[in-house]
Ligand binder design. Structure first.
Ligand code: FES
Length: 105
């Protein structure tokens, strides 16, 4: 069953910043690129590293893992370089009444 989860107010998430949150058993990373909000799993698919401590690059639309430096596109979760090869799961987002929601399926 799908459910929209309220995460935060829009003003809490600035461009090039990330917000991490846990819901159920999921660890999710929210980012804003050029005013649009994206949500992906935040645990690196290579080994266990939390991408919320990684490095955001708004121009390249990526977040780089702090452990072995694989970069992931924050829009589609696809790794841009080794050692990570498996994409991160992505989630739909929406903004309503200045609140950011993520769709959990
Ligand atoms: S844990 Fe992220 S690249 Fe290795």
């Amino acid at each position: 069953m799908s459910e929209w989860i309220k995460v935060c107010e829009v003003k809490e998430l600035n461009n090039s910043q990330v917000i991490d949150f846990d819901v159920n058993d999921k660890k999710i990373l929210l980012s804003k690129i050029h005013g649009k909000v994206y949500a992906i799993d935040r645990i690196c698919t290579h080994a266990y590293a939390d991408l919320s401590t990684g490095f955001m690059n708004e121009e390249e639309e990526t977040i780089t893992c702090p452990l072995h430096m694989s970069s992931f596109n924050v829009k589609d979760g696809i790794p841009q370089n080794l050692p990570a090869e498996v994409p991160l799961k992505t989630y739909k987002t929406k903004i309503e009444d200045n609140l950011i929601y993520v769709l959990l399926e």
